[in-house]
Design a protein around this ligand. Structure first.
Ligand code: C2E
Ligand code: CA
Ligand code: CA
Length: 636
């Protein structure tokens, strides 16, 4: 029987009750008790299990709560970091909700909009857009982009805008989607103003001359191309004016490159003054400028500009209280008559300018097709001359210089070069010396003359020509080569001739050359005992200080003063003055180009010591010189 039941039976049933009577009842009660016990046990068991489960769930919930707390903190931290990061970037970042209201933005975004965050957030999407569009130079392009996004939310955009305040931005616009749901759009703006300015600066530098800030050759070519295209369309003409300063080198050589540069800057300002707005003035380099005149309908329009250009340089340029005047030569070519290509028009204007220079400078010339023929001829001469120099196709002739005070004895001879072409043609120095200078081969020519002269001095020993000294002509360019004096000395030493039997004829410009090479060369030549003479004296700038300084032996009075000395009083006065200068400085004067007895009589009467000219003799071959000496004269 169930324990509790048996206790209850003992406590509450009388002792004497017949147990057998209630045996079945007790058995069923006991069973009930047992069943109840079992139920209770089962209940207890399930309660226990439930409590354990609840405890577990509780623990899980607890830990999840902690985790959530951590995540929240992490999220908050991330948000702070993200905001700091966004604020740190110089790019403006703004995200918008689908309706256009502001969602998030960084500091640069606010700076870009130029309004407070509260204002920005409070504004409707339309209002903010209106403010933004008001800041753009051309809002239309931006509005087009917005229309595209409206039609396709997934579109990514990239473009550039110019702001009214001069800034320049690149922008990106990217949509935000979460599980296919459109959350809005992020805009990112990068300020490229500095880069653009830099690029523009580079572009400016590529197209402008750094000294004068004028358009350079590249700019000019492009502008000319544009002008020609316009001219073709409108049927109008374009004039190209090539301007080259006359003798600008003198300023550079005498006053230095700094002053030369400042002079060019001043000139560029002067040249620009008389131009119309549509005219373009540029600098090609050195002392060369170019003007493009568009839309020319009458030649007087060109004449006006040309007069302005030539006139503008007549006024001196004052630099550090010193007045400098340099004229210019101008050449003009025209579209369409002279060509329709920029390079061609510039080349032809250059040719015309060259012609203006040859015709006395400070003037202008229009291009003429014959100039092209001259240029082609010049090029042909250059090619032939290179060959001629390599093959030494030269010969010397000798013109006697007569000593007037010593019974017309021959004082010396001037060696004059002739170029004998393979076909026998004789080419005179006036036609090729300048070419040799231009192609940088003059020193080869000079040294050939020197070697030949030395060879002759040697060969003439023990002949009737023995006592003659020889003068040779030196080009201004020779003196600029630092090796020139030593090359001359080497030749003299090689041939073992007496340096005093050689005379070098230099032009005045050489003696004024401030370049150290020229100065050093002259000092070395002077020290070597060769004689020095100033050729064509009186034709150049006259500053006589150098005469004493360089201890010159002879002054050769230029032929232009001697010719007509008997008829022209001014020439006579100049010749007399030169002879006086010579006398005062102890320098012997030589009159060049004496052709008539009257000229000779005047020269002689003025006290000139030596005379050279056709009157006595033309330049002679060696054989003729020998005959001349034998027949007519004795040497000094
Ligand atoms: P230049 O030095 O003044 O030489 C004198 C020139 O005048 C020579 O011409 C000569 O023939 C010419 N002449 C002489 N007497 C008279 C005269 O009475 N009347 C006229 N009308 N002319 C006269 P050329 O030989 O044709 O030389 C011309 C120039 O070429 C020379 O002028 C000189 O500057 C240059 N030259 C000549 N030979 C050489 C040379 O070997 N080297 C260099 N660098 N230049 C030279
Ligand atoms: Ca000469
Ligand atoms: Ca001369």
């Amino acid at each position: 029987m169930h324990k509790l039941l048996s206790r209850l039976v003992r406590r509450h049933l009388p002792k004497d009750i017949d147990q057998n009577l209630i045996q079945n009842l007790l058995a069923s009660l006991s069973e009930c008790f047992n069943d109840h016990d079992e139920d209770r046990y089962m209940l207890e068991r399930s309660l226990m299990l439930m409590s354990e489960e609840l405890n577990e769930i509780n623990a899980t919930l607890q830990s999840q709560l902690v985790e959530n707390e951590d995540s929240k903190k992490q999220l908050e931290e991330n948000l702070v970091k993200q905001t700091a990061l966004l604020d740190a970037t110089p790019e403006a970042v703004i995200s918008f909700k689908p309706g256009g209201e502001v969602n998030q933005m960084n500091r640069a975004g606010l700076d870009l909009m130029g309004i407070s965050e509260a204002e920005f957030r409070a504004n409707s999407g339309e209002k903010n857009l209106e403010i933004w569009l008001g800041m753009l130079v051309d809002p239309r392009c931006f509005v087009k982009d917005l229309d595209r996004i409206r039609l396709d939310q997934s579109l990514e955009l990239h473009d550039y805008v110019d702001m009214k305040d001069g800034r320049y931005f690149a922008y990106h616009s990217v949509p935000e989607f979460l599980n296919g749901k459109y959350l809005g759009r992020v805009w990112c703006w990068r300020d490229l103003s500095n880069m653009k300015n830099h690029q523009e600066k580079l572009k400016y530098q590529a197209f402008h001359d750094s000294l004068t800030t004028l358009p350079n050759r590249m700019f000019i070519l492009e502008s000319l191309h544009h002008a020609i295209t316009l001219g073709k369309r409108n049927g109008s003409s374009v004039a190209v004016m090539f301007i080259d300063l006359d003798d600008f080198k003198k300023i550079n050589d005498t006053a230095g490159h700094d002053i030369g540069d400042r002079f060019l800057v001043e000139v560029s300002r002067k040249l620009g003054r008389g131009l119309r707005e549509s005219d373009i003035l540029g600098r090609l380099g050195g002392d060369e400028f170019l003007i493009i005149l568009e839309g020319i309908e009458h030649s007087y329009q060109i004449d006006q500009v040309r007069d302005c250009v030539l006139g503008s340089l007549r006024e001196p340029v004052v630099i550090d209280n010193t007045h400098y005047v340099v004229s210019c030569s101008v050449g003009v070519s025209l579209f369409p008559s002279d060509g329709d290509k920029p390079e061609e028009l510039i080349r032809k204007a250059d040719m015309a300018m060259y012609q203006a220079k040859e015709q006395g400078k400070n003037t202008f010339r229009y291009f003429d097709p014959s100039l092209e023929r001259i240029a082609i001829h010049r090029m042909a001469i250059e090619t032939k001359l290179r060959e001629g120099i390599a093959k030494e196709e030269f010969s010397l002739v000798y013109q006697p210089k007569i000593c007037l005070q010593k019974k017309n004895t021959v004082h010396s001879v001037e060696a004059l070069i002739r170029w004998i072409r393979p076909d026998g043609e004789i080419i005179y120095p006036d036609q090729f010396i300048a070419v040799a200078e231009n192609i940088g081969l003059i020193q080869s020519v000079t040294l050939w003359v020197l070697r030949t002269a030395c060879m002759k001095l040697k060969a003439w020993q023990a002949t009737p020509l023995e006592s003659l000294s020889i003068s040779i002509n030196i080009s201004a360019m020779d003196l600029r080569s630092h090796s020139f004096a030593s090359a001359v000395m080497d030749v003299i030493n090689d041939y073992g001739v007496d340096p005093a039997k050689l005379e070098l004829e230099l032009t005045e410009s050489v003696l004024l050359d401030e370049k150290c090479e020229a100065r050093e060369n002259m000092a070395r030549l002077r020290a070597s005992k060769v004689k020095l003479s100033v050729d064509d004296f009186g034709t150049s700038y006259s500053n006589f200080a150098y005469l004493q300084e360089l201890d010159i032996d002879f002054l050769k009075i230029d032929r232009s003063f001697v010719a007509g000395v008997d008829k022209n009083q001014k020439s006579a006065a100049i010749v007399k003055s030169i002879i006086d200068i010579g006398e005062n400085l102890g320098i012997t004067c030589v009159a060049e180009g004496v052709e008539t007895a009257l000229e000779l009589a005047h020269i002689k009467q003025m006290g000139c010591a030596i005379c050279q000219g056709y009157y006595y003799s033309r330049p002679l071959s060696e054989a003729d010189l020998l005959a001349y000496m034998n027949n007519n004269h004795v040497t000094v």
